[in-house]
Design a protein around this ligand. Structure first.
Ligand code: ADP
Length: 476
């Protein structure tokens, strides 16, 4: 089975969020779990560390674009534990950020076309082209029409994975023509409420669809969480599966983590106290390890529940807990975090910006309680990282958070975190208080920590499910 995974980000090459972690881990997991020859195709960005690249394997890949032929080169790497091909098109990708440009649709349509050209040049047709999010919608659409006349792709099937339905890649439909999407059926697939929408084309034309948790697969078929595409997902629900992301336990492992001050495990948690002291020092907070640390790492967007955090922060601080937040995004939330720090500099630690891996690991290792009060959460990774590091998640029961966190039951000693249902600051606070009560009783707390640390969210199970989907789609 030969699978080409197209993605706009993958660890260790480029990452802004969960997709980066997932795309970086999946090919390796597929190779380990089954006999799948999986490789990655992604753009080469300015931020990609050149030391990760092994060689430039192609220097003259020709891509038809706007009526002319553009030449790009392709770099090869095995830094993700599987073959990765990085498309070097500086005109589109040598920019400070991964996303957020007016021509994003052109950038990823170009990437999609170059990726298909690359597969052809590599010479062995893929059984499955596995695209991710709206950026791969173009490749799915192109392959759908191309396999009718290009024998190389005749047997290739497509899977499109939705990591976040809210990001859809809408653009002016007048760009479709010059970008080469001229067939009637293809244009119809893009058309959505007067715009062209890359994700919609992909959802319409892919042979199979997946998303990153079971619960989210059901939620996106509802009007409330369907972002205008619920009807399409209902229409194609027989083709849609939910596969919960795994955790790369080679990267997120408190026993071997190169970024943390000490190591620890479920059998010996003593190192966690050292990690906590180290974390407090890093944020210039007093070294008081018995005081609980409530932490948060996320993109600063409304989706992550920052409005609730803003309303609840004062009350959380009144309990005497430390509050540590890492995030980048909307200015209003960045300002809120800065002002919270100014208000209580001995209790609040804030890092505004994208910090990269080390600080995220140090927070996971040193914190006691991890907040994820999301409005919606396709899968969520940090709650699973938290559990592995003995940090207890407090989450809203939505999407993947609901699937992976089980509410702690004191009488039975079961559960690995705290969940609340209603999207309100009071509900969030209720769960935080409950967690803090348990924190005050070391034996109870240890029970919750161990339940989380022993949970198995590894990639192996998820990889096997992807293989099932690939196998089914290959037979279509
Ligand atoms: P999403 O994909 O919606 O951003 P996830 O929980 O699935 O949310 O994944 C987020 C990933 O990005 C985690 O690995 C998290 O540690 C990381 N992350 C988010 N914001 C930052 C930041 N400011 N600095 C470093 N890492 C971050």
């Amino acid at each position: 089975m030969r699978v080409a995974i197209l993605t706009s980000e993958a660890v260790p090459f480029a990452k802004t969020g969960g997709l980066g972690d997932v795309a970086g881990a999946l090919p390796k997991a597929l190779r380990a779990a089954a006999d799948v020859d999986a490789s990655l195709v992604l753009p080469l960005y300015e931020q990609t560390d050149r030391a990760l690249l092994r060689e430039r394997i192609i220097d003259n890949l020709e891509v038809e674009w706007g009526g002319e032929r553009r030449r790009v080169s392709v770099w090869y790497s095995e830094a993700a534990g599987a073959p990765a091909f990085l498309i070097d098109a500086p005109h589109y990708f040598a920019r400070p950020n991964l996303y957020g440009y007016a021509d994003d649709h052109q950038r990823f349509a170009f990437f999609s076309r170059a990726a298909l050209e690359l597969l052809k040049r590599l010479g062995s047709p893929p059984d499955v082209v596995h695209g991710n999010d709206w950026q791969s919608g173009f490749a799915v659409a192109e392959l759908h029409s191309r396999r009718a006349f290009d024998p190389f792709f005749a047997r290739a099937r497509t899977l499109l994975s939705i990591h976040n339905l809210a990001y859809q890649g809408a653009f002016d439909p007048s760009d479709l023509g010059w970008m080469g999407f001229t067939r009637r059926e293809t244009r119809d697939a893009f058309a959505h409420e007067g715009a062209a929408v890359a994700l919609k084309a992909g959802l319409m034309l892919a042979d199979a669809l997946s998303t990153v948790s079971r619960r989210y697969a059901a939620e996106i078929q509802t009007r409330e969480q369907g972002y205008g595409l619920d009807w399409l997902l209902r229409m194609r629900r027989e083709r849609l599966v939910g596969i919960t992301n795994g955790v790369d336990y080679e990267v997120w492992n408190p026993e071997t983590d190169p970024h943390t001050a000490a190591h620890f495990s479920a059998d010996d948690l003593s190192g966690k106290r050292e990690c906590k002291l180290d974390l407090l020092r890093r944020f210039g907070l007093p070294e008081e390890p018995d005081r609980p640390v409530v932490a948060l790492i996320s993109r600063l967007v409304a989706q992550k529940g920052y409005d609730l955090v803003r309303q609840a922060a004062g009350k959380i601080l009144e309990t005497g807990a430390f509050f540590i937040a890492l995030g980048a995004g909307a200015k209003e939330y960045e300002d809120f975090l800065q002002s919270l720090h100014t208000r209580a500099p001995h209790r609040v630690g804030v890092y505004v910006g994208y910090a990269g891996e080390p600080l995220a690991h140090q927070i996971e290792a040193g914190a006691d309680i991890f907040l994820m009060p999301s409005q919606y959460e396709p899968c969520g990774l940090n709650q699973m990282y938290s559990m592995r590091y003995g940090t207890v998640p407090v989450v809203r029961a939505t999407g993947g958070l609901d699937d992976t966190v089980e509410n702690f039951d004191r009488a039975r000693g079961t559960g690995n975190g705290f969940k609340f249902i209603r999207y309100s600051a009071d509900s969030l606070l209720g769960s935080v208080y409950e967690a803090l009560y348990c924190y005050a009783e070391p034996d109870v707390w240890r029970r919750i920590q161990l339940n989380g640390m022993r949970a198995d969210n590894s990639w192996a199970a998820a990889a096997r499910r992807y293989v099932e989907v690939y196998t089914a789609v290959k037979r279509m």
